[in-house]
Design a protein around this ligand. Structure first.
Ligand code: DHB
Length: 467
């Protein structure tokens, strides 16, 4: 019945042939005994290509789950690997493992199931990965609305899934556990960067033990990161560095910021240069007015995004914040950009004065910055545990001894994204580069708060680092 249901879902957009077990009794997979899971084989149409793959569903990845419905993963393997064939130059042994998470809003994340349900045309990232010969592993992950899902549950689970893979590496039907690539957007992008940044860091050990994660390494090969809502305790400042002076916010109906919010905007904007300069990002600095090489760098990201769009035949002309001369984009004005983009969140954008943001909820309905704690309008202001704030921030682990950060990073942020300042992913990328990692960062024209919208480019990049 379960198989039928899965097939019914798949058949809406594709062909489907399903069976249990029988097709398992052939090929090199014979010797593989996987942990209990449901085995399903199906065929789906990915673009103009029929993709057949086998699935192992709902495998618990920890021994003492606190939210058993979530702490499970699915494994999807291209059919070709069961007859010794190769796909896109990969074999059963060398196929990289694509590990997307489905986390959004710091909520529980469901498994990112292969489907033709992408908002950006078909297929979604998991199905697309299969079509290019990747093994896809999709953990479900705890989030803030579960009894046991507050910080740092999400990164504990993502790490535990990696550890499960390493523990079972000789039993996997296919896939190279030294080539794991994480992927996520927004809070899921924050999670992808956390997984990439914090490989084997000892701080997570007690949490991993508590859920019965395997005693294995949890470093990964590469991270794909879209619009990460990360560096939370420092993200309010760059939001105001960009949006200060724009006083209408658009979370729900358009509203005006009140005096407390405006005061926060002023203070946080002023505080940003000192924070930025304290990072010593290889010459990217700001003066006390928020001007300087870092500002030029950010404006340059927008210029490059516009140039790429212009070269591709898109219209980027007629915007007062962007200078286009002939066929060259020559400048971007961040102050005018903010007016054009409009402000989404009232100040402070993440650690709300009323202690009611998603991020406050992620931290147990508490503050996580000095500023908001001091200026709280909540009835009973409280500060989150410092250790939890620390281990939720990838910035704290990059370049640190005893930590194995992913070597390769691809970070993207839409030009129309107002959920966090573009300075957040930019700072992450600069910090990675400075520590010697390979970080490919870009803004993307015409894109709002979103991810996985450029799958051919994403997977061309993954191929380029894996092959
Ligand atoms: C997400 C978006 C936000 O604006 C935010 O503050 C946290 C999470 C999200 O889409 O995941």
């Amino acid at each position: 019945m379960r198989v039928k249901l899965l097939c019914a879902a798949a058949i809406a957009v594709s062909l489907c042939s399903c069976s249990f077990g029988a097709d398992f009794a052939q090929g090199p997979a014979d010797s593989i005994t996987m942990p209990p899971g449901n085995r399903v084989s199906q065929t789906m149409l990915a673009g103009d290509k029929l993709v057949t793959f086998r699935s192992w569903l709902d495998i618990p990845y920890v021994e003492k789950p606190s939210e058993p419905e979530y702490q499970r993963l699915n494994i999807y393997v291209p059919e070709e690997y069961f007859s010794g064939a190769s796909v896109n130059g990969y074999t059963a042994k060398t196929a990289p493992i694509f590990l997307p998470n489905g986390v959004g809003g710091y909520m529980p994340g469901k498994q990112f199931i292969p489907a033709n349900d992408s908002r950006h045309g078909t297929p979604n990232a998991s199905l697309y990965a299969l079509s290019r010969g990747y093994v896809v592993v999709t953990p479900a992950i705890r989030g803030r609305t579960l009894a046991n899902g507050k910080a740092p549950a999400l990164i504990v689970d993502y790490k535990a899934a990696v550890r499960w893979l390493r523990h079972n590496k000789d039993k996997l039907p296919a896939g190279d556990t030294e080539k794991i690539i994480s992927d996520g957007l927004s809070a899921g992008g924050a999670l992808s960067s956390l997984l990439g940044a914090t490989g084997n860091a000892k701080e997570y050990e007690p949490y991993l033990k508590e859920v019965g994660a395997y005693d294995e390494r949890d470093d990964i090969f590469a991270s794909a990161v879209y619009c990460p809502i990360t560096n939370l305790e420092n993200a309010d400042m760059p939001y105001e560095w960009i949006f200060n002076g724009v006083n209408t916010y658009h979370m729900g109906p358009a509203r005006e910021m009140d005096d407390n919010m405006k005061a926060a905007s002023e203070a946080l904007k002023k505080a940003f240069p000192a924070y930025l300069n304290s990072l010593n990002l290889g010459g990217y600095m700001l003066d006390e007015n928020g001007n300087g090489s870092f500002r030029k760098y950010i404006e340059g990201l927008y210029v490059a995004a516009a140039q790429k769009a212009l070269d591709a035949g898109e219209n980027v002309r007629g915007l007062d914040w962007l200078t286009v001369e002939g066929d060259k984009v020559t400048g971007a004005d961040l102050a005018k950009y903010a007016v054009w983009a409009t402000r989404m969140k009232a100040a402070p954008a993440f650690d709300s004065l009323n202690m009611k943001s998603y991020e406050n909820n992620e931290f147990d309905d508490k503050h996580f910055t000095e500023y908001s704690y001091k200026h709280s309008t909540a009835e009973k202001p409280a500060m989150a545990d410092a250790e939890k704030i620390y281990i939720m921030n990838p910035m704290n682990f990059i370049g640190r001894e005893g930590v194995k950060t992913a070597k390769f990073w691809r970070i993207r942020h839409g030009v129309k994204d107002r959920d966090t300042s573009i300075a957040v992913p930019a700072i992450l990328a600069l910090k990675l580069k400075q520590a010697g990692y390979d970080a490919d960062v870009a803004a993307v024209w015409n894109v709002p708060h979103d991810g996985n919208y450029d799958l051919p480019e994403l997977f061309a990049w993954i191929d380029s680092i894996c092959k």
